[in-house]
Design a protein around this ligand. Structure first.
Ligand SMILES: Cc1cc2nc3c(=O)[nH]c(=O)nc-3n(C[C@H](O)[C@H](O)[C@H](O)COP(=O)(O)O)c2cc1C
Length: 407
């Protein structure tokens, strides 16, 4: 039997191994510094925001099965890894609608962002601008198109739209987007009616948030979040500031269940910039919209927040790319929570991915710095995955490819 030869302990060596940095007195700072993944950021976010707000972000429709499936599928992706390629220099850039982005990860539109962090949409758009990425502002944003443009004038900004019951209401919003330099319209089509959000209903979520007895307890638990909410601007759907009817009227008017493909042609006639259709969930619909003079499609089930038994976007991605990928750009979202998830979608043919919850967790954990940290976490994972699969640029990621295992 071979044994180690024993010696007296080498104290100077042991001493040199000790990291003498004192732990931060701010419990969140240390946690943020140690956060490795977007999931770690979500854990911090959960501690920093009231439950009702965290649940609004994390939750999906009904039993949240569609969202769980969208997440789970990414764990079954297997890359065609190649070795002995020179991966000392990596280029993660991609051309999206004619212009270069530094990473094929875009910020999906999310309503009510100031509920997650008091700075809200401008904080996210600023990270997008600094990292040369695309930011999509929601129609239900808490910052108006003009405010966003003036807060972050150099951002590459897209505007997300719903076809409203009264087309003139949509036109008024489109006008704001045009006047504020938004380059692309993203039309969301998976919302003929609102999804059933049981988790929010159980939590008694109301928009705007109501002060009820249990809200007082909630304030006691997360005083900083509440202080930030009460000492900054009013929470409102900023694109509808002049709206002269009630918020419930607005909620009822925002989705038109009578919307059809004809409305895309109508939109084409009133907006001369690029149009991206968000919420496509079948090859057939992808083929139909691709013929309507649009430039891009986001395969999406709204992060499982609308229909709870819809298809998993990643599973239909290769077929959609085969069918219309040469005609229009194909993007995807839903359940992308890491750089490897993003890389998986690119390897399966997507032009770019959109993230929603991932950046909102960053915002809830630490505002703008948290959003930036999420992007840097994802970039590190993305680049690491590229190097380990032998791809030096995005075209090679797609060429090497990946598959979805059945188990
Ligand atoms: C809190 C929240 C609010 C959202 N609001 C909108 C919205 O106003 N318009 C829209 O088209 N999609 C909205 N979405 C859906 C996102 O644009 C995107 O499709 C989804 O978040 C992608 O899934 P992921 O969150 O797993 O990344 C929202 C998503 C979240 C989480």
């Amino acid at each position: 039997m071979i044994r180690s030869a024993r010696k007296l302990p080498n104290l100077p060596y042991f001493w040199s191994l000790i990291d003498w940095t004192l732990p931060s007195l701010n419990p969140y700072k240390g946690k943020l510094q140690r956060a490795q993944s977007v999931d770690d950021m979500a854990t911090i976010a959960r501690k920093r925001t009231p439950k009702v707000v965290f649940d609004y972000v994390e939750g999906g429709a009904v039993d949240e099965i569609a969202y769980a499936r969208s997440r789970e599928v990414y764990s079954r992706v297997e890359f065609n890894s190649r070795v002995l390629r020179d991966v000392s220099r990596l280029d993660t850039s991609e051309i999206i609608l004619g212009k270069k982005v530094d990473l094929p990860i875009c910020f999906a539109p999310t309503g009510y962002t100031r509920l997650m962090h008091h700075v809200g949409e401008p904080a996210v758009a600023n990270v997008a601008a600094e990292k040369n990425l695309i930011y999509a502002l929601s129609t239900m944003g808490t910052t108006s198109p003009a405010e966003l443009a003036s807060a972050v004038p150099n951002s590459r900004r897209w505007f997300q739209l719903y076809v409203m019951k009264n087309r003139n209401d949509s036109l008024a919003v489109i006008k704001q987007a045009r006047e504020s330099g938004f380059e692309t319209l993203v039309l969301t089509v998976d919302t003929p009616v609102a999804g059933l959000r049981y988790r929010d209903n159980r939590n008694g979520l109301t928009i705007p948030p109501r002060i009820r007895i249990n809200t007082v307890f909630a304030i006691a638990r997360k005083p900083i979040w509440w202080l930030n909410l009460f000492t900054t601007g009013k929470l409102e759907f900023a694109a509808f500031r002049g709206w002269d009817k009630s918020l419930s009227h607005l909620a009822a008017a925002i989705f038109d269940p009578a919307t059809t493909f004809k409305d895309i042609s109508w939109l084409r006639s009133v907006w001369d910039g690029p149009i991206v259709i968000k919420g496509i969930q079948s090859v057939e619909d992808a083929k139909t919209v691709a013929k309507l003079g649009i430039q891009g499609i986001i395969l999406s089930n709204h992060g499982g927040r609308q229909f709870d038994r819809g298809p998993v976007p990643l599973e239909i991605l290769p077929d959609v790319v085969r069918a219309v990928g040469k005609k229009v750009e194909i993007y995807i979202d839903g359940g992308i929570m890491s750089g490897l998830d993003a890389l998986s979608a690119i390897a399966l043919g997507a032009k770019a991915v959109f993230i929603g919850r991932a950046y909102l967790y960053g915002a809830m954990a630490n505002g703008e710095a948290g959003v930036e940290q999420v992007i840097e976490i994802m970039r590190r994972e993305f680049e690491n995955g590229m190097a380990l699969t032998g791809a030096t640029n995005i075209a090679e990621v797609r060429k090497n490819g990946a598959r979805i295992r059945s188990w």
